[in-house]
Structure formats: structure tokens, C-alpha cells
Write a protein that binds this ligand. Sequence first.
Ligand SMILES: [Zn+2]
Length: 179
Amino acid sequence: MALTDDGPHPYWTPRVLDVLAEFEVPATFNMTGVQVPGNARLVQRIVAAGHQIADHTLNHPLNLPALPAPRIRQEIAEAHDRIAQAASAAPRFFRAPGGAWSRQVVDNASSLGMICVGWGVDPRDWDRPGVPHITACCCADFPRLAHVWADQGYRGQAFIEWVREDLDVQIEVVAPGRR
Ligand SMILES: [Zn+2]
């Protein structure tokens, strides 16, 4: 499971980092190129904390596949280069804004050595639906994901056992009203 953050944002990202450090949770920080140069020290803090970094285009265009080919290339490559310079390490992952993929988008990211990643759960936290909604949304998907991982051979992860042994009770405790 990977938690993702769109940024780096000078106000929110440090707070996200503080919480992740407190609970020793690694995450993936998706970076938009325009936000990188002014937040280079923040990028370095993310890397120093051991988190993964990902290219999330230069300007976060939600219509990336519809842009002219040179613009697609620029959105992906310039963000890649800005992140690599600030982080002193190239991003290994690329995520398309809004999940808008095309063959061209994938090819551009792949040619820069990046692995394309999407997501399985979107609690729409960016729309500020409130903590109970976010918790319920994520917890509702835990059982499905746990079984997928178990089928893939993952074993010994505490929360997979947790979900399998006492699913109904636990979900009710964590997310009342969302079964
Ligand atoms: Zn995004």
C-alpha cells in the first residue's frame, strides 16, 4: 500500500512529513515540476526521510493525453529533470494527473526510466470531505486490497490477518455506519 501526496506544498507537505515520521510510515510524494524549484529543501527533506518520489508532470494538466506531442514530452521530462536536480536522485515513478493515460504518456515516462503508477483508492481528501468520510472510504477498500495481496502471495502482514480474523467488528469500530 502506498500513500500519495501531491506537492511539494510549503504548508501541507511538512505537516504530512511530521505525521508520517511520528508513525514511521513511508509514502510516495508526487511532485509537480512548477512547485519544485521553490521548495528544493522540502524535496531534500522528503528524500532524506526515505520516502519515494514521483514525477507528476510540470503543471498538472488534467488533459495531458490531448496536448500536442511536444507539450506531453515537456510536461513529463521537465518535471523529471527538476525533481532529479532538487532531489539529487531521479524519480522512479510517474503518475498521470487525474489518471489520464495514453500510449504516448506511458512511452514518454518509460523512456525516462520511470514506472507508471495509478491508484486503487481515492478518498477525494483534496475536496475536504471530512475525516470520517476519508477513513470510511479507505477502510471500506482494505478487505478487497488485503485479499488481492494475499492472493499475490503476501503473508504475515498484520492488517491482512486483522481483516481476515475479525473483519466486521473491526470495520464497525473504525468506520461506524459504513459497512
Ligand atoms: Zn495530482
